[in-house]
Ligand binder design. Structure first.
Ligand code: FES
Ligand SMILES: [Fe+2]
Length: 405
């Protein structure tokens, strides 16, 4: 499918409907997704506590790309493209590690922790190492959360940082640690996974465990006295109740989305757990449980659930046209000791069971979309964020030529 065909398809797509099959199956559209969206957006790579020591690194992988997220010095994190400057081999082949120097496994070229070439045997007298280093991509830290962007000139991250500073401050996520991280493979196009995350129309039928405690599953509970009471308590607990929505078409720059919203949990629940009771110590500067939770979005494919005692980060990445993955990270206070003040199984129970259910419903969605009889269907009033995501996506697809920020 050429560019003109894709633009035409996006232009003819009916507003307020799910998209035609090609957007979930066509390899050329998938390639356009990677080039336009993933190569130009701020993407969550991980948390700084995952690389505490100089030389610690982990890989961030997406489609054909692999990036070494490296603690180069005590206060410098670099994102180095994991492609050797000799003949292009992957350099790091494990998911994470700690290195004094990076040595390519193919012909043993070696690089320092900032990616500068240091050693290359048998290259002749005139060979000059000094101008050769691993390609770096842009990195930004947001309260300890590491974001990367593949673009040479990405949208500024400053509006994201400024726009969320007040909201994120009480959680002190820069002092948090990863209590658990898990990847859930999904046999679907990445957009079906994001569309599913963006709506809670499916929550009541598909997530009984979640729906017991979360008002998002029940629109009637989103307003009224209970909601107002929780917002009042949130302020008393030191939490922001700002409503921020700079996502998709409202984002300050391409791929630099952000949103923050505090809302009431169902009465009797103070966090996202099996019984609604705390599963870890209060985060950061939060003084007490307000009975609420926060939805956070940073960039087009990273979301988080922020409770008073833990945060669950969600990142969606494409692997191929019909395969994606959801990476889930549970964050707790950095000094919280597992087995003493939190139990990992209890901490992760709700979002593990919910994500597994999502895997199944998203895969069923893809299977249905693959049918020759599938046609776009109308979205409900509970799918407004999905509608926004689709409008932004189609808008992005419609623009001809190179996407520039
Ligand atoms: S490809 Fe890395 S040293 Fe040859
Ligand atoms: Fe879900």
């Amino acid at each position: 499918m050429n560019e003109q065909d894709i633009i035409e398809l996006a232009t003819n797509q009916p507003e307020g409907f799910s998209m035609v099959q090609e957007f979930y199956r066509d390899p050329d559209i998938y390639q356009r997704d990677i080039e336009r969206i993933f190569m130009n957006s701020w993407l969550y790579a991980g948390h700084q506590s995952e690389i505490p020591q100089v030389g610690d690194w982990f890989l961030f992988e997406l489609a054909d790309e692999s990036v070494i997220i490296m603690r180069s010095t005590e206060d410098e994190i670099n994102a180095l493209i994991n492609v050797c400057r000799h003949r292009g081999s992957r350099i790091c082949v494990e998911n994470k590690g700690c290195s004094k120097i990076l040595v390519c496994p193919y012909h043993a070229w070696s690089y320092d922790l900032k990616g500068q070439l240091r050693g290359a045997a048998h290259m002749g007298e005139s060979f000059d190492k000094s101008g050769i280093s691993l390609k770096k991509i842009h990195v930004e830290l947001l309260a300890g959360l590491i974001f990367v962007n593949f673009a040479d000139r990405p949208s500024s991250f400053a509006p994201v940082r400024d726009g969320l500073a007040n909201c994120l401050s009480p959680y002190r996520l820069e002092n948090a640690k990863v209590a658990h991280r898990q990847t859930y493979p999904i046999e679907s196009n990445w957009k079906l996974a994001v569309e599913n995350y963006c709506e809670c129309y499916h929550c009541a039928p598909s997530h009984p465990e979640y729906a017991r405690g979360h008002s998002l599953a029940w629109p009637a509970q989103r307003t009224g006295q209970e909601h107002e009471d929780v917002l009042g308590r949130a302020q008393a607990c030191g939490l922001s109740t700002d409503f921020v929505n700079r996502t998709y078409l409202e984002a300050p720059g391409f791929g630099a989305d952000f949103a923050y919203e505090r809302y009431a949990l169902i009465r009797g629940h103070v966090t996202g757990s099996e019984d609604g009771k705390p599963v870890a110590p209060l985060l950061g500067d939060i003084r007490d449980y307000d009975g609420g939770a926060t939805d956070l979005q940073v960039g087009p494919v990273t979301y988080a659930l922020m409770y008073c005692d833990h945060v669950v980060m969600y990142r969606f990445t494409p692997l191929s046209v019909g395969q994606s993955e959801c990476d889930v990270t549970w964050l707790v206070n950095g000094d919280a000791q597992e087995g003493r003040v939190y139990d990992r199984d209890k901490l992760t129970w709700l979002w593990d069971v919910t994500t597994q259910a999502d895997q199944v419903i998203i895969e069923h969605n893809q299977q249905g979309v693959n049918s020759r009889f599938y046609r776009p269907g109308p979205l409900s009033t509970m799918e407004d964020f999905t509608r926004n995501f689709l409008s932004w996506y189609l808008d992005t697809m419609k623009k001809p030529g190179i996407l520039s920020n």
